[in-house]
Design a protein around this ligand. Structure first.
Ligand code: GTP
Ligand code: MG
Length: 247
């Protein structure tokens, strides 16, 4: 059985940086991982690219030939990948052995993991190919500076969890940029009453019931919790992430 990690999260949340730092970490630990670029718009990489969607389809060609903008073009490329799961992806996966570990660096368009079925079909294909798949959802630390941003980040992550139905780890990236230590305490293990009162202060009174329901969803079902990742720290992975993720 192979292992696969799907690295997802909003645009600019640090997915590619996480992949390259994970690659360096594994190299130091003398473990081999293979990083796959699934972003047809990506141009440069800080890690060796094992498989590359750009070999299958070029975003520039799609935009030019079909007259699409960057986001429409990207959706077209991902649909093209979906249509080629049985040939291109299967051929590429055949190059890897049973116990190889693949990390998929995904594009940041959140519709891919909220309501478009493409990524779900991609995951199902990996499972059929005997890969044990997990999702790593990255959220930028700026989301913990404001309760409304935090809740919207939680909801986006939750929709990915519901859509993909994978073992799911949430990571708060760019922790080096958090200057207010209070924010870390407040949001890493948030106290529901704190979140609710903050949210009520920020929103008009008619949202009271909705705020309560949202906080209950985040809290009672324990579906959303974040692990902090500070890339400056030596201990960044061993301390913060479950070991099972890096077998
Ligand atoms: N300070 C700081 N900056 C970071 C960190 N991780 C990423 N960045 C910066 O954030 C920006 C976006 O990082 P990427 O890794 O390209 O983010 P991404 O999620 O791959 O972006 P898309 O693929 O475009 O969605 C870059 O300028 C990075 O240098 C971090 O841990 N700390
Ligand atoms: Mg990227």
């Amino acid at each position: 059985m192979g292992f696969a990690q799907l690295v997802i999260g909003p645009a600019g949340s640090g997915k590619s940086t996480y992949c390259s730092s994970l690659y360096q970490h594994c190299e130091t630990m003398r473990r081999t991982i293979h990083i796959v670029n699934l972003d047809p718009a990506a141009e440069s990489f800080d890690y060796p690219v094992a498989m590359d969607i750009r070999e299958l389809v070029s975003l520039d060609d799609v935009m030019e030939e079909l007259g699409l903008g960057p986001n429409g073009g990207l959706m077209y490329c991902m649909e093209h990948l979906e249509e080629n799961l049985d040939d291109w992806l299967t051929d590429e996966l055949d190059n890897y052995l049973d116990d190889d570990y693949l990390v998929f660096d995904c594009p940041g368009q959140i519709e891919l993991f909220s309501h478009v079925p493409m990524l779900r079909n991609f995951v199902d294909h990996l499972k059929r190919k005997n890969f044990n798949v997990c999702a790593v959802y990255l959220l930028d630390s700026q989301f913990i500076t404001d309760v409304t941003k935090f809740i919207s980040g939680c909801m986006a992550s939750l929709s990915a969890m519901v859509q993909l139905e994978l073992p799911h780890v949430n990571i708060l990236s760019k922790m080096d940029l958090v200057t207010n230590k209070r924010d870390i305490e407040d949001y890493l293990n948030p106290e529901p009453r704190f979140l609710l009162s903050e949210l009520n202060q920020r929103m008009a009174p008619q949202f009271g019931k909705l705020n309560k329901a949202l906080i209950e969803l985040v809290d009672e079902y324990s579906m959303v919790s974040f692990l902090p990742l500070d890339l400056r720290k030596e201990s960044r992975y061993s301390l913060t992430l479950p070991r099972s993720l890096f077998l």
